[in-house]
Structure formats: C-alpha cells, structure tokens
Design a protein around this ligand. Structure first.
Ligand code: IVH
Length: 671
C-alpha cells in the first residue's frame, strides 16, 4: 500500500468513526484505537505535506452541534488537549516545558497542576455580575449550542455566585458528567423499555445535555466539574489558586487537583490515580497536567490545535483476549433480535465476563466476526463489557463469518428489518413465547402494575402451565388454579391473587406504560395520560391529534396507532377494564401526582404572576417535593418570584442554593 493510500484509508475510517461518535452517540471503536489511528494519520501528514487536505479529519476537533439549538460563537475558541498513553511522554513534556522556560533547577520542576480528566462533555459558562448568563457546548470549537436552559437544571452549578470577590465578567469551563449511579439507573430504564443503551457515561451526558425537554434533563441527574477560568481580571496569577477561588464562588472543583513540583511527583500522581480512579463516583479517562503559572502558560502558548502548557495522559482501557464460543440471538419484549457473543470466561477489571452484547447486525458486520474468533473485550469507561476488535491472525482456517439469523430463533417466523434502524424484528408479536413473556414480565414489574409474587420465573411458570396467555388472564386467576403448580405453595398463591387485586388501583399513567406500546416509556406514558385523560380517547386518536401532544413525535404516534389497530390489543384493554384496572384519570385531579421533585425541599419566596403561592405549594406537593418556609442547608431549591427579600437572597447565595423563577419551575415539572 502506498503512503497516499494509507492516508486515504485512515481518513475514511476516522470519518466513519467520527460520524458514529458525534452523530449517533454510539462509538464503534475504542478510544485507544481511535487515538492511535489519528496519531498515525498526523504523523504521515506531517511527513508528507504534499498530501495535505483541508478536509482531513486531523484538521478538526469534531463537532457536537445539533439542530434545534441556537448557535453562539465562543469568545475564546475551545481547543482540545494533546494526549498520550505513555508516562514517559508526560515526563518529556514536563522537561520540554522546563527547557522552554529556561528553568535551571535540575531537581525542581516549574510548578505543574495535576487534575482528573473527567469523561463527559465540555461546557463553557459565562457569568456577568455574579449571575449565569449563558452556557454553550464545545460544538466545533469556534461555535457551540446554547444549552443554558438545560444547564440551569444541574443543581451543582451555581446560578448566582457566592461571596463578592469574583470578576465582573468571566468564562469558566468544565465537564458535564453523568455519575455512575445515575448512568446505571438510566441504562436500566432504557434496557427495560428496550431503548438503545448508552455505551458510556460520556455519551449519556452528551445525549442528555442535548434533550429539548429540560424536565427530563433535570430528572437524569447530571453533574459538573470545573477546570479552567478565563477573564481579564482573574484574582490570582496561577491556575491552582484561581480554581480554589472558583470553588469559593460555588463551583465544583475536584479535590484531586494537586500541585506537583518534580517529574517524580508527576509520576506518583499518575500511579496513584491509575488505581484510585476506579473508586470515584464519576467516569474519568485520564489525567490532565497543566503549567500552573499563568505567565509561563502565556510564554509557552498554543499550537494550532491545543495549548503547549497542558497535556492529557489517558488511561489505557482494560482489555482481554478471549475465544468466541458461539453467537446467540435473543428475542426481546418488542421482538427485537439482539446478537450476543458467548465467550470463554475471562477475568476483566475484577469481574468474569462470559457474555457481551453485539447490539445489532451492523456491529457484527463492522467487527467482521467469524466463528470461534479470538475477540478483544474491553471495559474502559464502560461497565458493560464491549467487543472492540478481532485478532484476525488467530482465526481458524475455513472459519465462516457469523451470519445474522433470518428467522426467529424461538418461533421460526421470518424476521423483518425495521425501516431506518439497524435492528431485525420478529413480527409474530402474539405467538412468540419470549415476546409474550416479556410483555407479561413488564406488566407485573415494580414500575408498572407492581404485582407481587409474579416475577420473571413465575410468569414463565404460569404461561407454560397454560394458565395465562396474556396479561388480562392474570385477573381471572384463583388460588385453586395456582395450588397444583410445582413451587407454588398456599402463601405464594395467596400473594399472587392479592397482588393482582391490589394492581387495580395503580394509576392510569402506569397502566399506559404497562401495556408495552413501543416507544412509550414512563415519561411518555405520563404525558399521554395527562393529555388524553382516558383510554378511549387515546385508542381513537389520529396521527395529527397525537403529535399535537407535547413530546409526542410521529414515531411514537405511529406506534400508538399501530398498537390499537390490532383487535387483540383492543380486546385486551376491554378485559382489563372489565376486571377493574384504571383506564382513566380521576375526575377532580387535573394534575396527577409525579415524583419529579421527590427528595427535594423547596422554599417559595416573592410574588408570582402565573400561579398563586398556594397553587405552587400544591404543585410541589403533587410532584413529590416538600415545601418549607425557611432556607437552610437542607433546601434544594428556591422558587423565586418578584421582590424576593434581600435577607433570603443573601442566605441562599451564601449556602449555594439554586434559585429558579416560575417559568423554570413549571418547565421542571413538565407544565
Ligand atoms: S483543560 C485549553 N482540564 O478534555 C485547555 N480539560 O481532550 C482546556 N477535560 O475539551 C481543557 N477534564 O472537555 C481540561 N481537568 C481537565 C479536563 C479537561 C476533562 C476534557 C475537556 C477537553 C478535553 C480535551
């Protein structure tokens, strides 16, 4: 292959991976392999300037710009950082900085700050007179999306600053992250709703920040860490002290930030965090080292892409090589077929990995997996193990490429490809065991009808014994039907029947969720229930009426129409209704209860224009929050109208309690 051909190949590959990463939020390659390809391209391009091309992927930082947001130019471009996976290269960078700045003390380095490299999505915040005025994503580095409304829902970001010694106007940059706990919860919900999972917290944070619904953003639990302050009037002449000031003003600055005075201290910092980062509540993909002194930073300056005064050290993801035993094809509740790699068990980051999802046919094809291949399994920022590559040199002679199944592995029905998506589906909705069972398990689960005693195992038992063929059959069960079953004693039988009875009082919005209408998850179900008020209205709505409801797009509308076009589904609804299941919203209760504000103590202050104070109190209550009269450390939020008292304002600022206006509050609770 000629150099030119290799350059073209790398450009094509990198463009493909950029698209998967920035547009689909679903990377198809590990960060390490991506960085290595980019480094190879950069090296070849610098050695062969005759092949330079303005449109080469090496010339851009990538873009996260999304339609639907207003674009704003950055005052200072948002550059990326030079990176390395090698401790030696970090040491060389420290030496080079010292040389360029003519530091002659051989033992001591110029002061370097070591920091975590948070693995999220970068943000630039502008503050004027102590108030947040704008939040912009990195975008293409020159301009980004204005996501101020979404940023305001992140409780660790101060909307007004503490104290009074901050510059009148400044920019602060940081990383929006989704902590591991929130990430797990979000993916659990998505798995439950058979929505595609986020590959890592970084994609989840980026995806969440770009939602058009700030109440949903608020619910997902984003957080933010800050690491760079820009202003004409910075309080100190060095980065470290400026960050400590930012902390005093109310920003979250990582406690891991440390001043380092020698290469030895830099290396110790790397060794320490290589291990300890596993215990942090948020994902990190490396460390960042920065020259501390701002004058020295200025002297070192920038290359066209990144500052010379900083470098990122990236942690290598833990990776193992193991044999593919076979690929199984699993059928989900919505009939979607997921290929799963069943592996020779291998130890990776402290857990034994036996299976890894291959997501869909495209992933299998992109990876080019053959029977019994040796596969690379990785767990970097991800908890879910991921297949990132194949060791082709270890492939058995005559091994065949893995073929995607053409028929349902359970009921043998020919599969259909969902238009516009990478998934294959079994269309035999009402005759395919895993789909029927999946719907029953979904229906009885804790988030839906919460029927005690009928879990995954018992659903299968009841189904296989011919006692239930669908969810409505649950309401006909008698203890005497259950008793003859193996593993069902009198207590379990009683619990099941009582659980079914109790489910008749589950609110209408959860009943809609429990029906397993494609794309109708918890939030959509709640929106639908509030808008339609009863099932008859929903069953008879046309596409135009459905899309007129907030957050209901054509895809969801079509899924609802298709669902109710099946006579079997209408019959199911009628049987559930006859059994006493809630099929409408209660008469007087025009604002149904939610748990959007669960765990939050909210203080109301000032005069409002859209609702009275009493109405706001009732709204807090209905959405699961607690109203309190005085501001304390326990206060989560202040709902402020006009003329909020100055002493309250001062107290809120000093405690760092976020203050929101009535529009923001109403948006938060989805009104
Ligand atoms: S400093 C001009 N510090 O990493 C330098 N960046 O690969 C500004 N990041 O775009 C960046 N943690 O999104 C800096 N402690 C940290 C960081 C950090 C994460 C991200 C940031 C940046 C990317 C560069």
């Amino acid at each position: 292959m000629t150099v030119k051909e290799r350059i073209d190949e790398l450009r094509t590959e990198l463009n493909k991976h950029n698209h998967a990463y920035y547009v689909n939020n679903a990377p198809t390659i590990s960060d390490y392999d991506y960085d290595m390809m980019m480094k190879e391209l950069e090296k070849l391009e610098s050695e062969h300037p005759e092949f330079d091309d303005d449109l080469s992927p090496s010339h851009r930082v990538g873009s996260d710009i999304t339609k639907g947001f207003t674009q704003v130019a950055h005052i200072h471009p948002m550059l990326s950082l030079g990176n390395t996976y090698s401790v030696e290269e970090v040491d060389e960078w420290v030496k080079k900085c010292n040389d360029m700045l003519e530091n002659t003390d051989g033992m001591k380095s110029i002061p370097i700050v070591g920091e975590m490299k948070f693995d999220g999505t970068s943000i630039s915040l502008i503050y004027e007179n102590g108030r947040l005025v704008r939040a912009v994503t990195r975008g293409d580095g020159e301009k980004g999306d204005d996501v101020t409304e979404n940023i305001k829902t992140i409780r660790s970001i101060p909307l007004t600053l503490h104290g009074d010694n901050y510059p009148k106007s400044f920019e602060i940059r940081g990383e929006i992250v989704l902590p591991w706990k929130a990430f797990d919860k979000l993916n659990e919900e998505r798995a439950f709703n058979e929505e595609p999972l986020f590959a890592n917290p970084r994609n989840a944070a980026a995806g969440t920040l770009k939602l058009q619904n700030s109440a949903e953003v608020s619910r997902r639990g984003l957080d933010a860490y800050f690491y760079y302050l820009i202003s004409d009037n910075l309080p100190c002449d060095n980065h470290y002290d400026n960050m400590l000031k930012a902390k005093e003003w109310g920003f979250k600055v990582s406690d891991a930030m440390k001043l380092l005075h020698s290469i030895k201290e830099v290396d110790e910092f790397i060794n320490y965090w290589d291990e300890q980062r596993k215990h942090l509540p948020v994902a990190t993909d490396g460390l960042v080292f920065k020259v501390n002194n701002l004058r020295q930073q200025l002297n070192l300056g920038y290359t066209s892409k990144s500052p010379r005064w900083a470098i990122a050290y990236k942690f290598a993801a833990e990776r193992a090589l193991t044999k593919l035993n076979f690929v199984s094809f699993e059928v989900g509740r919505m009939g979607i077929i997921t290929p799963v790699a069943n592996l020779e068990p291998v130890l990776l980051s402290g857990t034994i990995v036996k299976r890894a999802s291959l997501y869909n046919e495209d992933t299998v094809k992109t990876l080019g997996i053959h029977e019994h291949d040796m596969l690379y399994v990785e767990k970097g920022g991800e908890i879910i193990p991921k297949i990132t590559g194949v060791d082709e040199s270890a492939r058995e002679k005559d091994a065949k490429a893995i073929k995607f199944v053409t028929h349902c592995p359970d009921c043998n029905t020919p599969l259909i490809r969902i238009p516009g998506e990478a998934s294959w589906q079994c269309p035999n909705k009402y005759g395919c065991r895993p789909q029927i069972l999946g719907r029953i398990e979904h229906f009885v689960s804790r988030h839906m009808m919460d029927i005690e005693g009928v879990g995954e195992e018992n659903s299968a038992l009841l189904y296989d014994a011919g006692l239930i063929k669908n969810t409505a059959d649950l309401y006909d069960l008698k203890e005497s039907d259950l008793m003859p079953l193996e593993r069902v004693g009198p207590r379990t039988a009683q619990r099941i029947v009582e659980g079914v009875e109790a489910s008749k009082s589950v609110p209408f919005e959860r009943v809609i969720y429990a029906l397993s209408i494609p794309f109708v998850g918890e939030t959509v179900a709640r929106k639908l229930a509030r808008a339609v008020r009863d099932i008859d209205t929903l069953m008879n709505m046309g596409r135009d009426e459905l899309v007129a409801i907030e957050d209901i797009g054509p895809r969801i509308a079509d899924a609802i129409i298709e669902y109710f076009a099946y006579p079997a589904n209408r019959e199911l609804v009628e049987r559930l209704r006859a059994a006493g299941v809630q099929m409408s919203m209660p008469e007087q209760d025009t604002n149904d209860h939610t748990d959007i504000l669960a765990g939050k103590t909210i203080v109301i202050s000032g005069v409002f224009s859209k609702h009275s104070r009493e109405e706001y109190k009732a709204l807090i209550d209905k959405n699961g929050g607690k109203n309190s009269g005085s501001i304390s450390k326990k206060t989560s939020l202040i709902l402020a109208g006009e003329n909020m008292g100055p002493s309250k304002l001062e107290k809120a600022k000093s405690l760092g309690v976020p203050i929101i206006n009535e529009d923001e509050f109403l948006q938060m609770i989805g009104l």
